[in-house]
Design a protein around this ligand. Structure first.
Ligand SMILES: [Zn+2]
Length: 104
């Protein structure tokens, strides 16, 4: 119908499966979709960077791959906060409003 689909995967979908992606717990086909979305979507890229940073930190400090549950919860909380800021509805519409002024 519209013919153009900017993103095959939803931001929320990507974030929901972020840990599976980082842990390589998902099939190649799915992880390809994830990477594609993250490449195209800067808010997700930011979050992805955040997650990777946490994993690296944990590995360096604790010498383990597993992210402790409480730290994981904290990161997910933070992601929720970012998600509301960046992926909220209307962030893409903001441009249209400023353009309306040029109508005059
Ligand atoms: Zn996204």
């Amino acid at each position: 119908m519209t013919g153009e689909e900017p993103r095959a995967t939803d931001c929320s979908e990507v974030l929901d499966h972020l840990y599976e992606y980082l842990d390589h717990e998902m099939p190649d086909r799915d992880s390809d979709k994830m990477r594609q979305h993250i490449d195209e979507c800067s808010p997700c890229l930011e979050k992805y960077g955040l997650e990777q940073a946490v994993k690296k930190l944990v590995k360096r400090c604790c010498g383990q791959d597993e992210v402790p549950a409480d730290l994981r919860a904290k990161v997910l909380e933070r992601i929720d906060a970012i998600r509301e800021e960046d992926c909220g509805p209307g962030s893409a519409e903001g441009r249209r409003e400023s353009g309306a002024e040029a109508d005059r």
